[in-house]
Design a protein around this ligand. Structure first.
Ligand code: A2P
Length: 317
Protein backbone atom coordinates (compact mmCIF):
# COMPACT_ATOMS: atom_id res chain seq x y z
CA UNK A 1 0.00 0.00 0.00
CA UNK A 2 1.10 3.57 -0.69
CA UNK A 3 2.46 5.37 2.39
CA UNK A 4 3.06 8.96 3.48
CA UNK A 5 6.55 9.60 4.85
CA UNK A 6 6.91 11.39 8.20
CA UNK A 7 10.10 12.55 9.91
CA UNK A 8 12.71 9.84 10.67
CA UNK A 9 11.36 8.15 7.51
CA UNK A 10 8.40 6.69 9.39
CA UNK A 11 5.76 5.53 6.93
CA UNK A 12 2.02 5.93 7.49
CA UNK A 13 -0.13 3.62 5.32
CA UNK A 14 -2.33 5.96 3.29
CA UNK A 15 -5.54 4.06 4.08
CA UNK A 16 -6.54 3.34 7.65
CA UNK A 17 -9.55 2.21 9.64
CA UNK A 18 -11.69 5.02 11.08
CA UNK A 19 -13.34 4.42 14.46
CA UNK A 20 -15.53 7.51 15.03
CA UNK A 21 -19.07 6.18 15.63
CA UNK A 22 -17.86 2.57 15.88
CA UNK A 23 -20.10 1.27 18.62
CA UNK A 24 -19.02 -0.55 21.74
CA UNK A 25 -19.48 -4.25 21.15
CA UNK A 26 -18.67 -3.84 17.46
CA UNK A 27 -15.37 -2.00 17.28
CA UNK A 28 -13.39 -4.90 18.75
CA UNK A 29 -14.40 -7.16 15.85
CA UNK A 30 -13.94 -4.39 13.31
CA UNK A 31 -10.34 -3.74 14.39
CA UNK A 32 -9.50 -7.43 14.65
CA UNK A 33 -10.97 -8.07 11.22
CA UNK A 34 -9.17 -5.09 9.70
CA UNK A 35 -5.80 -6.18 11.05
CA UNK A 36 -6.34 -9.69 9.68
CA UNK A 37 -7.20 -8.24 6.26
CA UNK A 38 -3.99 -6.22 6.29
CA UNK A 39 -4.87 -2.75 7.63
CA UNK A 40 -1.82 -1.27 9.33
CA UNK A 41 -3.26 2.14 10.30
CA UNK A 42 -6.00 2.72 12.87
CA UNK A 43 -7.40 6.16 13.62
CA UNK A 44 -8.71 6.70 17.15
CA UNK A 45 -9.66 9.49 19.54
CA UNK A 46 -10.31 9.76 23.25
CA UNK A 47 -13.75 11.27 22.64
CA UNK A 48 -14.94 8.35 20.52
CA UNK A 49 -15.30 6.49 23.83
CA UNK A 50 -14.08 3.18 22.44
CA UNK A 51 -10.30 3.22 22.90
CA UNK A 52 -10.34 0.53 25.62
CA UNK A 53 -12.14 -1.89 23.31
CA UNK A 54 -9.76 -1.06 20.47
CA UNK A 55 -6.85 -1.63 22.85
CA UNK A 56 -8.18 -5.11 23.60
CA UNK A 57 -8.22 -5.93 19.87
CA UNK A 58 -4.74 -4.50 19.33
CA UNK A 59 -3.11 -6.33 22.22
CA UNK A 60 -4.69 -9.64 21.19
CA UNK A 61 -3.57 -9.13 17.59
CA UNK A 62 0.01 -8.55 18.78
CA UNK A 63 -0.14 -11.63 21.03
CA UNK A 64 -1.60 -13.79 18.27
CA UNK A 65 1.18 -12.74 15.91
CA UNK A 66 -1.13 -11.09 13.36
CA UNK A 67 1.30 -8.17 13.35
CA UNK A 68 3.88 -6.48 15.55
CA UNK A 69 3.50 -3.08 17.20
CA UNK A 70 6.18 -1.68 14.87
CA UNK A 71 4.14 -2.65 11.82
CA UNK A 72 1.11 -0.67 12.98
CA UNK A 73 0.39 3.07 12.78
CA UNK A 74 -1.91 4.33 15.53
CA UNK A 75 -3.27 7.87 15.66
CA UNK A 76 -5.27 9.39 18.52
CA UNK A 77 -6.43 12.87 19.49
CA UNK A 78 -6.33 15.24 22.44
CA UNK A 79 -9.85 16.23 23.51
CA UNK A 80 -10.96 19.84 23.86
CA UNK A 81 -11.04 19.68 27.66
CA UNK A 82 -7.32 18.93 27.94
CA UNK A 83 -5.66 21.90 26.23
CA UNK A 84 -4.16 23.30 29.43
CA UNK A 85 -0.48 22.44 29.38
CA UNK A 86 -0.67 20.37 32.57
CA UNK A 87 -3.54 18.28 31.14
CA UNK A 88 -1.87 17.16 27.91
CA UNK A 89 0.42 14.45 29.24
CA UNK A 90 -2.26 12.88 31.50
CA UNK A 91 -4.59 12.85 28.47
CA UNK A 92 -2.19 10.92 26.24
CA UNK A 93 -1.38 8.58 29.12
CA UNK A 94 -5.08 7.78 29.51
CA UNK A 95 -5.33 7.06 25.79
CA UNK A 96 -2.16 4.94 25.86
CA UNK A 97 -3.46 3.00 28.85
CA UNK A 98 -6.82 2.37 27.10
CA UNK A 99 -5.15 1.38 23.84
CA UNK A 100 -2.62 -0.74 25.79
CA UNK A 101 0.28 0.93 23.97
CA UNK A 102 3.57 2.52 25.05
CA UNK A 103 3.51 5.20 22.38
CA UNK A 104 1.31 6.65 19.63
CA UNK A 105 2.58 7.09 16.11
CA UNK A 106 0.62 10.32 15.81
CA UNK A 107 -1.20 12.49 18.34
CA UNK A 108 -3.40 15.33 17.13
CA UNK A 109 -5.04 18.34 18.75
CA UNK A 110 -8.61 17.29 17.89
CA UNK A 111 -10.11 20.77 17.43
CA UNK A 112 -8.89 24.38 17.67
CA UNK A 113 -11.57 24.71 20.35
CA UNK A 114 -11.22 24.66 24.10
CA UNK A 115 -13.61 23.83 26.92
CA UNK A 116 -13.39 24.96 30.50
CA UNK A 117 -11.70 22.49 32.80
CA UNK A 118 -13.96 19.64 33.82
CA UNK A 119 -16.30 20.04 30.83
CA UNK A 120 -16.51 16.84 28.83
CA UNK A 121 -19.16 18.01 26.37
CA UNK A 122 -20.42 21.62 26.59
CA UNK A 123 -24.02 22.27 27.57
CA UNK A 124 -23.97 26.00 26.82
CA UNK A 125 -21.77 28.80 25.50
CA UNK A 126 -20.46 29.38 29.02
CA UNK A 127 -18.62 26.04 28.93
CA UNK A 128 -16.09 27.26 26.35
CA UNK A 129 -12.82 29.15 26.66
CA UNK A 130 -11.44 31.23 23.82
CA UNK A 131 -8.10 30.71 22.11
CA UNK A 132 -7.11 34.17 23.37
CA UNK A 133 -7.38 32.87 26.94
CA UNK A 134 -5.17 29.87 26.18
CA UNK A 135 -3.43 30.15 22.81
CA UNK A 136 -2.92 26.99 20.77
CA UNK A 137 0.85 27.49 20.91
CA UNK A 138 0.76 26.85 24.66
CA UNK A 139 -1.00 23.53 24.11
CA UNK A 140 1.45 22.83 21.29
CA UNK A 141 4.44 23.28 23.61
CA UNK A 142 2.99 20.48 25.75
CA UNK A 143 2.45 18.36 22.62
CA UNK A 144 6.13 18.88 21.71
CA UNK A 145 7.11 17.53 25.12
CA UNK A 146 5.23 14.32 24.34
CA UNK A 147 7.60 13.78 21.42
CA UNK A 148 10.61 14.55 23.64
CA UNK A 149 9.37 11.92 26.10
CA UNK A 150 8.70 9.30 23.41
CA UNK A 151 4.96 9.14 24.14
CA UNK A 152 4.13 10.25 20.58
CA UNK A 153 6.40 9.76 17.59
CA UNK A 154 4.70 12.56 15.66
CA UNK A 155 2.27 15.35 16.45
CA UNK A 156 -0.26 17.24 14.42
CA UNK A 157 -3.67 18.86 14.42
CA UNK A 158 -7.19 18.29 13.22
CA UNK A 159 -9.84 20.69 11.91
CA UNK A 160 -7.23 23.44 11.47
CA UNK A 161 -7.59 26.11 8.77
CA UNK A 162 -4.71 27.28 6.61
CA UNK A 163 -4.40 30.39 8.79
CA UNK A 164 -4.15 28.39 12.02
CA UNK A 165 -1.59 26.00 10.49
CA UNK A 166 0.44 28.96 9.23
CA UNK A 167 0.51 30.50 12.70
CA UNK A 168 1.53 27.21 14.25
CA UNK A 169 4.26 26.55 11.68
CA UNK A 170 5.72 29.96 12.43
CA UNK A 171 6.05 29.29 16.15
CA UNK A 172 6.48 25.54 16.54
CA UNK A 173 9.76 23.95 17.63
CA UNK A 174 8.49 20.59 16.36
CA UNK A 175 6.39 21.28 13.26
CA UNK A 176 2.91 19.81 12.96
CA UNK A 177 3.23 16.87 10.55
CA UNK A 178 -0.45 16.20 9.93
CA UNK A 179 -3.81 17.94 9.64
CA UNK A 180 -6.89 15.75 9.70
CA UNK A 181 -9.98 17.43 8.27
CA UNK A 182 -13.20 16.54 6.53
CA UNK A 183 -12.44 15.89 2.86
CA UNK A 184 -14.48 14.30 0.06
CA UNK A 185 -15.65 15.34 -3.41
CA UNK A 186 -18.26 17.74 -1.97
CA UNK A 187 -15.63 19.38 0.29
CA UNK A 188 -12.32 19.26 -1.54
CA UNK A 189 -10.57 22.17 0.26
CA UNK A 190 -8.03 22.45 -2.55
CA UNK A 191 -6.21 25.49 -1.11
CA UNK A 192 -5.82 23.94 2.32
CA UNK A 193 -4.61 20.62 0.87
CA UNK A 194 -2.11 22.35 -1.42
CA UNK A 195 -0.81 24.60 1.35
CA UNK A 196 -0.33 21.73 3.79
CA UNK A 197 1.28 19.45 1.23
CA UNK A 198 3.71 22.22 0.22
CA UNK A 199 4.64 22.77 3.87
CA UNK A 200 5.29 19.20 4.95
CA UNK A 201 1.94 18.74 6.66
CA UNK A 202 0.26 15.49 5.58
CA UNK A 203 -3.49 15.60 5.11
CA UNK A 204 -5.90 12.96 6.34
CA UNK A 205 -9.52 12.86 5.16
CA UNK A 206 -12.22 12.15 7.71
CA UNK A 207 -15.79 11.36 6.69
CA UNK A 208 -14.53 10.36 3.23
CA UNK A 209 -17.82 8.59 2.48
CA UNK A 210 -19.91 11.56 3.61
CA UNK A 211 -20.43 10.08 7.07
CA UNK A 212 -23.85 8.51 6.39
CA UNK A 213 -24.09 7.35 10.03
CA UNK A 214 -23.41 10.79 11.53
CA UNK A 215 -25.58 11.70 14.51
CA UNK A 216 -28.90 13.49 13.95
CA UNK A 217 -27.55 16.74 15.35
CA UNK A 218 -25.25 16.89 12.31
CA UNK A 219 -28.06 16.44 9.81
CA UNK A 220 -30.05 19.04 7.91
CA UNK A 221 -32.96 18.46 5.55
CA UNK A 222 -31.15 19.29 2.33
CA UNK A 223 -28.00 17.22 2.98
CA UNK A 224 -26.77 15.69 -0.27
CA UNK A 225 -25.96 11.96 -0.03
CA UNK A 226 -22.42 11.50 -1.26
CA UNK A 227 -22.70 7.71 -1.70
CA UNK A 228 -25.61 8.34 -4.11
CA UNK A 229 -23.87 10.92 -6.26
CA UNK A 230 -24.79 10.07 -9.88
CA UNK A 231 -21.41 11.11 -11.32
CA UNK A 232 -19.46 8.94 -8.88
CA UNK A 233 -21.99 6.15 -9.42
CA UNK A 234 -21.27 6.37 -13.15
CA UNK A 235 -17.51 6.00 -12.61
CA UNK A 236 -18.09 3.10 -10.20
CA UNK A 237 -20.29 1.33 -12.74
CA UNK A 238 -17.77 1.86 -15.52
CA UNK A 239 -15.01 0.33 -13.37
CA UNK A 240 -17.15 -2.41 -11.82
CA UNK A 241 -16.42 -1.23 -8.28
CA UNK A 242 -18.46 0.41 -5.50
CA UNK A 243 -19.05 4.14 -5.05
CA UNK A 244 -17.19 3.96 -1.72
CA UNK A 245 -14.15 2.53 -3.48
CA UNK A 246 -14.11 5.36 -6.02
CA UNK A 247 -14.33 7.93 -3.20
CA UNK A 248 -11.44 6.35 -1.30
CA UNK A 249 -9.28 5.93 -4.38
CA UNK A 250 -9.89 9.57 -5.31
CA UNK A 251 -8.45 10.67 -1.96
CA UNK A 252 -5.41 8.42 -2.37
CA UNK A 253 -4.81 9.86 -5.83
CA UNK A 254 -4.61 13.30 -4.19
CA UNK A 255 -1.91 12.03 -1.83
CA UNK A 256 -4.37 12.42 1.04
CA UNK A 257 -4.60 9.70 3.69
CA UNK A 258 -8.10 8.36 4.16
CA UNK A 259 -9.75 6.63 7.13
CA UNK A 260 -13.14 5.14 6.21
CA UNK A 261 -15.08 3.90 9.21
CA UNK A 262 -16.84 0.57 9.02
CA UNK A 263 -17.82 -2.14 11.46
CA UNK A 264 -18.98 -4.47 8.65
CA UNK A 265 -16.37 -7.06 7.62
CA UNK A 266 -17.32 -7.09 3.90
CA UNK A 267 -17.03 -3.29 3.75
CA UNK A 268 -13.79 -3.28 5.71
CA UNK A 269 -12.39 -5.60 3.03
CA UNK A 270 -13.92 -3.60 0.19
CA UNK A 271 -12.51 -0.34 1.50
CA UNK A 272 -9.05 -1.88 1.90
CA UNK A 273 -9.15 -3.09 -1.72
CA UNK A 274 -9.80 0.49 -2.87
CA UNK A 275 -6.13 1.23 -2.19
CA UNK A 276 -5.37 -0.71 -5.40
CA UNK A 277 -8.00 0.98 -7.56
CA UNK A 278 -6.59 3.11 -10.37
CA UNK A 279 -8.56 6.13 -11.61
CA UNK A 280 -7.72 7.92 -14.84
CA UNK A 281 -6.93 11.63 -15.01
CA UNK A 282 -10.31 12.03 -16.70
CA UNK A 283 -12.06 10.44 -13.70
CA UNK A 284 -10.12 12.74 -11.38
CA UNK A 285 -11.09 15.82 -13.38
CA UNK A 286 -14.73 14.76 -13.40
CA UNK A 287 -14.71 14.32 -9.62
CA UNK A 288 -12.83 17.61 -9.12
CA UNK A 289 -15.83 19.37 -10.68
CA UNK A 290 -18.19 18.06 -7.95
CA UNK A 291 -16.79 20.39 -5.27
CA UNK A 292 -19.47 22.43 -3.48
CA UNK A 293 -17.72 23.26 -0.21
CA UNK A 294 -20.30 21.24 1.72
CA UNK A 295 -19.42 20.18 5.24
CA UNK A 296 -21.24 17.34 6.95
CA UNK A 297 -19.40 18.13 10.20
CA UNK A 298 -20.13 21.84 10.07
CA UNK A 299 -18.90 22.70 13.57
CA UNK A 300 -22.07 24.56 14.61
CA UNK A 301 -22.04 22.53 17.83
CA UNK A 302 -19.08 24.65 18.99
CA UNK A 303 -20.92 27.88 18.29
CA UNK A 304 -23.96 28.12 20.60
CA UNK A 305 -24.99 31.53 21.94
CA UNK A 306 -22.34 32.87 24.30
CA UNK A 307 -19.54 30.72 22.87
CA UNK A 308 -16.41 32.58 21.72
CA UNK A 309 -16.45 30.35 18.61
CA UNK A 310 -18.31 31.21 15.42
CA UNK A 311 -18.31 29.34 12.13
CA UNK A 312 -16.29 32.24 10.74
CA UNK A 313 -13.52 32.09 13.34
CA UNK A 314 -13.58 28.28 13.52
CA UNK A 315 -12.90 27.73 9.83
CA UNK A 316 -11.40 31.17 9.09
CA UNK A 317 -13.69 31.57 6.11
P1 A2P B 1 -20.90 0.48 8.70
O1 A2P B 1 -19.92 0.94 9.72
O2 A2P B 1 -22.22 0.08 9.28
O3 A2P B 1 -20.32 -0.58 7.79
P2 A2P B 1 -17.40 7.79 7.02
O4 A2P B 1 -16.12 7.01 7.02
O5 A2P B 1 -17.50 8.79 5.90
O6 A2P B 1 -17.70 8.42 8.37
O7 A2P B 1 -18.59 6.76 6.74
C1 A2P B 1 -18.91 5.73 7.64
C2 A2P B 1 -20.27 5.16 7.26
O8 A2P B 1 -20.20 4.57 5.94
C3 A2P B 1 -20.78 4.05 8.14
O9 A2P B 1 -22.18 4.19 8.22
C4 A2P B 1 -20.38 2.78 7.43
O10 A2P B 1 -21.27 1.73 7.75
C5 A2P B 1 -20.56 3.21 5.99
N1 A2P B 1 -19.66 2.49 5.08
C6 A2P B 1 -18.37 2.17 5.29
N2 A2P B 1 -17.83 1.56 4.23
C7 A2P B 1 -18.82 1.47 3.30
C8 A2P B 1 -18.91 0.94 2.00
N3 A2P B 1 -17.86 0.36 1.43
N4 A2P B 1 -20.10 1.04 1.34
C9 A2P B 1 -21.16 1.63 1.92
N5 A2P B 1 -21.14 2.16 3.15
C10 A2P B 1 -19.99 2.08 3.84
Amino acid sequence: MKTLTFSNNHEMPILGLGTWKSEAGKVYNAVKEALKIGYRHVDCAYIYGNEAEIGQALSEAFQEGILSREELWVTSKLWNNAHHTEDVEPAIKQTLSDLKLDYLDLYLIHWPVMFKKGVHMPQSGADFMSLEELPIIDTWRAMEELVDKGLAKHIGVSNFSKKKIENLLAEARIKPEANQVELHPYLQQKDLVAFCQQNGVHMTAYSPLGSPDRPDRLRTEDDPILLEDPTVQGIAQELGVSVAQVLLSWSIHRGVSVIPKSVTPSRIQQNFDAANLALTSEHLETIAALDRHRRYVAGAFWCPEGSPYTLANLWDE
